[in-house]
Ligand binder design. Structure first.
Ligand code: G3P
Ligand code: CA
Length: 252
């Protein structure tokens, strides 16, 4: 199963569908997750955060403004309010009626697929909110089919404390001076940096891989950069163009 293990030397990077297959369907909707699965992505990435009444929902921005007709911060809205919003029409009228999904709906969809969910927890979240998200993963029987990632260090510390069996990834805007030490300090199995930052420090890939830590840079949509990252030895690439990356891989 495509859990976060390092790929053998010479293997092409696995495909991670960023916010679902977000080049062809509205990001972070069930349609985009489904498209990512169909495209053959080994991982489907989504963003989770918590409503005022404590329900994890799937959206990237802290507000609903950009991708729905509503306004306001998710932390001030109820789950009933958020999940009633149309999250498809901004992308294309063909997706009118795609609602903001709950995390539970996405877990149900991915559970019966061959894909692994790359679940980004958007901070800040309280420990209780992080715990609720991880409890949903457990109650779906998906502790081995989910990789949790975050930029938020407190979220990662809380996740490590409350769910030691669920694997973690560290999102980074820059590559740390000692990425292996940082990854070990957070107890993560993947190190997920900005691709631009990683390409200034390609040596970091072999250092991390030698320590058993996989490297999954974000977010890269062009084949020239896929090639550079493959040459650097990364294990997976986070992309909006999951179908194209999967096709590029299989063409080699
Ligand atoms: O998966 C990595 C990537 O999603 C991080 O950036 O802003 O798209 O969540 P962002
Ligand atoms: Ca994300």
């Amino acid at each position: 199963e495509p859990l976060p293990v390092t790929q053998p030397d010479g293997a092409l990077p696995l495909t991670v569908a960023h916010r679902g297959y977000s080049a062809v369907a509205p990001e972070n909707t069930l349609a985009a997750v489904e498209a990512g699965i169909r495209a053959g992505a080994e991982y489907v990435e989504i963003d989770a955060q918590t409503t005022r009444d404590g329900v994890p929902v799937v959206m990237h921005d802290n507000t609903v403004d950009r991708t729905t007709p509503g306004t306001g911060d998710i932390s001030t809205l109820t789950a009933a309010q958020v999940t009633a919003l149309d999250a498809g029409s901004w992308f294309s009228p063909a997706f009118a009626g795609q609602k903001v999904p709950t995390l539970g709906q996405v877990l149900d969809l991915v559970r019966t697929s061959g894909s692994t969910l790359l679940l980004e927890i958007k901070g800040p979240e309280t420990r209780a909110e992080t715990t609720r998200i991880l409890d949903e993963v457990r109650s779906h029987g998906m502790a081995r089919q989910v990789l949790v990632q975050s930029f938020d260090e407190q979220v990662l510390r809380d996740a490590r404390a409350v769910a030691p069996e669920i694997p973690l990834g560290l999102l980074r805007g820059a590559v740390d001076a000692d990425p292996v030490a940082t990854a070990k300090a957070f107890g993560v199995v993947t190190y997920n940096p900005s691709a631009a930052a990683l390409l200034t420090r390609p040596d970091a890939v072999s250092q991390l891989n030698s320590a058993g830590i996989a490297v999954m840079p974000y977010t890269v949509n062009d084949a020239a950069t896929w090639r550079k990252l493959a040459d650097a030895g990364v294990d997976a690439i986070i992309t909006d163009r999951a179908g194209e990356l999967a096709g590029w891989r299989s063409g080699h």
